[in-house]
Design a protein around this ligand. Structure first.
Ligand code: UTP
Length: 479
């Protein structure tokens, strides 16, 4: 093990090559503990990767090429259209078969910083369900227990954390008995980090002895799956299909047999769920066909003329909004992340407010964006996939993310949507749900995913019980 002075010398030489020696500026004033911390931070950075990016993405803004030929993508409807009934039925069976055979794993990306929500802890530990206040992580765990009840096999669960929230996340699971799962069925691994850069290309110091590091985006999940051994673990467990979802969506179906089955039957390498956009310029990615390849174009990059374009029948032409639910083939992730792979996900530049030290080593809170962060987005893998598939689904059934503390996409809207969905499922099963003057269910209702995974599942579960009544104002829990 090298001593601190030896490590310092080696780092000085390396940083000189990359014009980053300012990172050691405060070394003489640091304690040994702080020095070790600084060097540990430096170890996290891939300087070889960063060097060209500083030129192309930090000192300059990479040109955003708006492609000339943008078309709506081919897609599958939520319900089978004429002639598709057989395909959908076969797909559902294929998905169920894969679940029974243990070939599908759930994969949650939970490495984000959750700045907008402002919750003190990993976002998955946020209490969200309307009656029990169960956390996001608990709801996903119960989704897996529900799948086990239905298909006789509990799927393995991979959870990507970040160096910032890893210990808290694993501790949270341990403190809650893994929500009924076995600890060896849940695989946690950490994603990579990227430094924040000052506009001149120097990496920013968050403190005299700390680099300003942040997670490298949800697209970093693909290389983290490889580098942290998760792909090997999947191979060893006979898993070839990955059901990807974000930590912030309590309505998500952790693994959807129809979606998995369509992915498998069509030979897709990466499949995506889409919802009809709420309005032309809704802040969701748009599925498009660009030069013949399915691509997500961010709302900010979709030309207005296209965002507002209409079909002959008056419907919105670009209407497929991305909800960050994907199925990926393990072999696709292996191919994309193989050493020496020729194609890579592109880096995205964002200008952010990053607290940094001034010349004297004092930490300054910026009032305006002062630094550049670089992130990878998982949907950029779609154009690299063979036979990518887009499946529409109903927003009210599957998507209501917790992004903001209040207003749109907040805990309040997610809880409301959980109650609305539970009420709809009950009504579909013939249970009458009292409603207030505003048409909303007049009682908080919660159905644990362990109890029922969808309306059809609920019907079978209720058939075995005495008739259910929902009383105004009285919370109802099916768990
Ligand atoms: P968001 O884009 O909503 O970002 O992440 P965020 O960090 O959670 O929240 P804000 O923007 O700071 O408020 C969407 C999903 O991608 C995951 C998040 O945990 C969430 O599940 N994610 C995001 C990662 O796993 N790693 C990242 O580096 C970024």
């Amino acid at each position: 093990m090298a001593t601190l002075p030896e490590r310092y010398t080696a780092w000085w030489q390396k940083l000189s090559r990359y014009n980053q020696t300012h990172l050691l500026k405060f070394w003489p004033a640091l304690t040994d503990v702080e020095r070790a911390q600084l060097l540990d931070d430096l170890e996290q950075v891939d300087f070889e990767l960063c060097a060209p990016l500083i030129e192309t993405h930090v000192r300059r803004r990479p040109a955003v090429r708006i492609p000339e030929h943008i078309e709506p993508p081919p897609s599958y409807p939520a319900e089978p259209g004429p002639g598709q009934e057989d395909l959908y039925a076969r797909a559902r069976r294929a998905g169920e078969e894969a679940l029974r055979a243990g070939q599908v794993a759930a994969f949650t990306v939970a490495g984000g910083q959750g700045t907008r929500l402002g919750f003190d802890g990993p976002k998955g530990a946020f209490p969200i369900s309307p009656v029990r206040n169960a956390t996001l992580f608990q709801l996903f765990a119960e989704g897996l227990l529900g799948l086990e009840r239905r298909y006789g096999r509990r799927p393995r669960w991979y959870i990507m954390t970040s160096p910032t929230n890893h210990t808290e996340t694993t501790g949270f699971f341990a403190a809650h008995g893994f929500f009924g799962l076995r600890p060896d069925e849940v695989v946690f691994f950490q994603q990579g980090q990227m430094p924040a850069f000052l506009p001149d290309g120097r990496m920013a110091l968050a403190d005299r002895h700390r680099l300003a590091l942040s997670p490298d985006g949800h697209g970093g999940s693909l290389r983290a799956l490889r580098e942290r051994g998760a792909l090997d673990d999947m191979r060893a467990h006979g898993i070839d299909t990955i059901s990807y979802f974000q930590v912030d969506n309590p309505l998500v179906r952790t693994i959807d047999p129809l979606f998995v089955g369509l992915h498998l039957l069509t030979g897709s390498e990466m499949s995506s769920k889409a919802v009809t956009k709420a309005f032309d310029t809704e802040k969701v990615g748009n599925f498009c066909l660009v030069d013949g390849r399915v691509t997500v174009i961010e709302y900010s990059d979709l030309p207005d003329a296209l965002a507002t374009a209409r079909n002959a029948d008056g419907s919105r032409r670009f209407d497929a909004g991305s909800i960050a639910i994907h199925v990926l083939s393990r072999t696709f992730v292996e191919r994309l992340t193989a050493p020496g792979a020729r194609v890579h996900l592109p880096w995205h530049r964002a200008e952010k407010k990053v607290p940094t030290v001034d010349e004297t080593g004092r930490v300054v809170e910026p009032t305006a964006p002062n630094a550049v962060k670089l992130e990878l987005f998982v949907f950029d893998a779609i154009p690299l996939a063979e036979r990518p598939l887009v499946l529409f689904t109903q927003r009210a059934e599957e998507f209501s993310p917790v992004k903001n503390a209040e207003g749109l996409d907040s805990p309040a809207t997610a809880r409301r949507d959980l109650v609305r969905r539970a009420a709809r499922w009950l009504e579909a099963c013939g249970v009458s749900v009292p409603r207030g003057p505003d048409g909303e269910p007049a009682a908080p209702i919660e159905i644990s995913p362990a109890f029922a995974l969808d309306a059809e599942d609920l019907r079978a579960r209720l058939a075995a019980r005495p008739p259910l009544t929902v009383e105004p104002g009285k919370p109802l829990l099916l768990a």
